[in-house]
Design a protein around this ligand. Structure first.
Ligand code: NDP
Length: 290
């Protein structure tokens, strides 16, 4: 009953912090994983600007918070306030998963493994040897960049609206043979990328069009948007117009990164397939609604 679930929820309190965060599907995903595995948990969204984030996190601990996800624009801030971090979080310089451990936060990053599991596992796509273009250098770009290198891309070119952040990410990756930053115009001039990953939040500002040069892609290109739902429409429309062979949104990654976070907190790995299928049905309904 409702009464029982609220009582039990006090013992297992989780949340996703972000700004904005009300759009997040994470509460639904974690609730579904919990039901699947018979684990009672309470997972909510908590709106926090970067300035308010540390205090909001303290209040969450006081209320019994045991673990949290962190989304835009807080992933680098989350990294900075952890007492310890995993190796993959260190390589990213960004944290999307907080685990309460002995009264302190441990930070991890499941974005990269989430993306690679979706592409290579669910979709059976091979990333090895692909020349890759990463659009964006924010918290999620930092999470996926090391995982793309580990998955065997031949080169990783990073471009970002604020060029210095792309330079900093390329430097942090520590793989000067493969990872480079470029200015937008130079990346466009090179063209013919076999993998293009959109890790920007540009379309969330209400931008309805992606105006990238078509020569970035060709008919063998895999185009991936970390965004999903309506926020994925502009980039995926560009990718289709550019004749990309495979066009993938971020819904699969979302479920996979959630499963990896869930495993860190609860020690068991949920089956992602049914949860993904349910969300995909709902997403199709949303995208075709009007
Ligand atoms: P951040 O706020 O950390 O970074 C935002 C990035 O987008 C920066 O590179 C920023 O550039 C760029 N950007 C923002 N607005 C524009 C614009 N108008 N034109 C060009 N570039 C722009 O966010 P995150 O990295 O955490 O998230 C990025 C997106 O990825 C979000 O929309 C998020 O929902 C999605 N995401 C999806 C996940 C999934 O599981 N599917 C997981 C993680 C993220 P600049 O540095 O110049 O500000």
């Amino acid at each position: 009953t409702l009464g029982v679930s609220i009582k039990e929820s006090c013992m297992n309190h989780y949340a996703v912090f972000g700004h904005p965060v009300s759009h997040s599907l994470s509460p639904r995903i974690h609730a579904a994983f919990g039901r699947q595995l018979g684990i009672s948990l309470d997972y909510t969204t908590i709106e926090a600007t970067p300035d308010a984030f540390p205090q909001a996190l303290d209040a969450f601990v006081t209320a019994g918070g045991k673990g949290a996800n962190v989304t835009l624009p807080l992933k680098e801030a989350a990294f900075a306030l952890c007492a310890s971090t995993s190796e993959r979080a260190q390589r990213a310089g960004a944290v999307n998963t907080l685990i309460r451990n002995d009264g302190q936060w441990r930070g991890d990053n499941t974005d990269g493994i989430g993306l690679v599991r979706d592409l290579t596992g669910r979709l059976s796509l091979d990333l090895r040897g692909r020349r890759a273009l990463l659009l964006g250098a924010g918290g999620s770009a930092r999470g996926v960049a090391p995982a793309l290198l580990d998955a065997g891309v031949s080169e990783l070119i990073i471009v970002n609206r604020t060029a210095e952040r792309a330079d900093a990410l390329a430097d942090a990756l520590g793989d000067p043979q493969r990872a480079h930053s470029r200015y937008w115009d130079d990346a466009g001039a090179e063209g013919d990328y076999a993998l293009i990953v959109n890790a920007t939040s540009a379309s969330r500002d209400g931008t309805t069009e992606f105006t990238l040069p078509f020569q970035l892609a060709n008919s063998r290109t895999l185009a991936v948007d970390l965004n999903y739902g309506e926020a994925a429409i502009p980039f995926l429309a560009w990718a289709r117009a550019a004749n990309c062979r495979d066009v993938v949104d971020g819904l699969g990654m979302l479920v996979e990164q959630a499963a990896a976070s869930f495993e860190l907190w609860h020690g068991v790995r949920p089956d992602t397939a049914p949860v993904y299928a349910t969300l995909r049905d709902k997403d199709a309904a949303l995208v075709t609604a009007d």
